[in-house]
Design a protein around this ligand. Structure first.
Ligand SMILES: Cc1ncc(C[n+]2csc(CCOP(=O)(O)OP(=O)(O)O)c2C)c(N)n1
Length: 381
């Protein structure tokens, strides 16, 4: 009955390849084909410009409250590029770049944040779940998908995302535990932007990294510079390859910073300083990646400008399309709030559906009578 020591891992790796000044560690540089590098940059830029446009729309009263993604593009894009169409992408709500890369039309994103459920319909050709706002609730879903794939002997993987605040939710730990016990092929990607609305990281957890939580679940864990798309790429590629080969789940923490308010309804001045945000602005992911592409000869300054124009055209067209769609009879059908919830409408909802139908009929009759009266008086005068 001795009092002895059980040896466990005490170290967590940190990975950075392309620093904030675009200095590259050549020995760690991944071998990514030029076309793929361009694609990565394109969707990071498309995410950023869509986000900026949506903010303007929100301020003009043309969009509902939404959480911005600016600053999170490297984590989203550096990871999603490593999964195939029939793998699963299970996002939270700041993975805009990755969703656009997976084929989500920009107009769907705009419709979603304007309250239209049609915006949640994933593109046919990919295995994606929609945006998930209830914190950490997507994680058990991701693990369930992974466990099902093991049972079906499918060789796909699941890439799922969550914030630092989500690590305080039971769902997060239940998901990590199940994934580890059942060797589910899930890559957990934490976007550690150091705040959960106004709660800073040190009030969220007493440990130094999110990545070290992997030790307790006996899975590989690593922290990477979350603004370095190359580091995210390398870490997630290793995790995807491992999961696909039957090696089970991994936890990857991307350390980043939310460059914007939490949502369009938040005022970050109340809990953090502009000076810190300005510091992080210099470390943001797109500038250094653009420099890398230029240094490498993959894109010229002119190519980068042309891509800005291309992206701008895509965003403009999507805004027009979304606003047109929002006026369509199909989307304005009040029954949509009931019809898209269950495959077979249950009795209690059917009763509410009938009641809604009666209400609409009464309203239409009342309006028709009012109009008839108006035109009668119009005819007499
Ligand atoms: C289950 C649940 N509880 C509370 C909220 C309200 N809420 C929305 S975002 C948020 C903070 C989430 O922080 P984090 O996980 O770090 O993600 P971030 O927004 O920073 O990307 C909270 C508490 C929610 N959406 N869902």
């Amino acid at each position: 009955m001795p009092r002895t020591v059980i040896e466990i891992a005490q170290k967590i790796e940190y990975l950075s390849i392309l620093d904030e000044n675009a200095n590259l560690d050549k020995s760690l540089e991944p071998d990514i084909p030029a076309e793929q590098l361009k694609t990565m940059y394109k969707y990071m830029l498309l995410g950023r410009r869509t986000d900026e446009r949506m903010l303007k729309m929100q301020r003009q009263g043309r969009l509902g409250t939404f959480p911005q993604s600016a600053g999170h593009e490297a984590i989203s894009m550096g990871s999603v590029i490593n999964i195939k169409k029939d793998d699963w992408h299970v996002p939270a709500y700041r993975e805009l770049a990755g969703m656009l890369y997976r084929g989500w039309p920009i107009e769907n994103i705009i419709l979603f944040w304007n309250g239209f459920e049609e915006g949640t319909r994933p593109p046919e050709e990919v295995n994606d779940l929609p945006i998930c706002v209830p914190i950490a609730s997507q994680l058990p879903h991701a693990v369930g998908i992974g466990m099902a794939m093991n049972i079906k002997k499918e060789k796909n993987v699941v890439m799922t995302y969550f914030g630092d605040g989500a690590t305080s939710e039971g769902d997060c730990h239940e998901a990590l535990n199940f994934a580890s016990v059942f060797k589910a092929p899930v890559v957990f990607v934490c976007l550690n932007n150091q705040y959960a609305i106004s709660v800073p990281l040190e009030r969220q957890m007493a440990c130094e990294t999110v990545a070290q939580k992997a030790i307790a679940y006996n899975m590989p864990g690593i922290r990477v510079d979350g603004n370095d798309v190359l580091a995210v790429y390398v870490a997630t590629k290793e995790a995807v390859d491992r999961a696909r080969a039957g090696g089970g789940p991994s936890l990857i923490e991307g350390l980043t910073y939310r460059l914007t308010p939490h949502t369009t309804a938040d005022d970050p001045k109340r809990y953090r300083s502009d000076a810190t945000t300005d510091e992080w602005m210099k470390k943001e992911p797109l500038i250094r990646f653009a420099k890398y592409l230029q240094n490498k000869g993959v894109m010229s300054a002119k190519d980068l400008e042309d891509m800005e124009v291309e992206v701008d055209t895509l965003v403009k067209a999507a805004v027009t399309k979304a606003e047109e769609m929002a006026k369509s009879e199909e989307l304005l059908n009040p029954y949509n709030i009931i019809d898209h919830v269950f495959a077979d409408v249950p009795q209690f909802l059917q009763e509410q559906r009938d009641e809604l139908g009666e209400y609409m009929k009464r309203e239409n009759d009342r309006k028709a009578k009012k109009n008839a009266k108006k035109s009668e008086t119009g005819a007499l005068s």
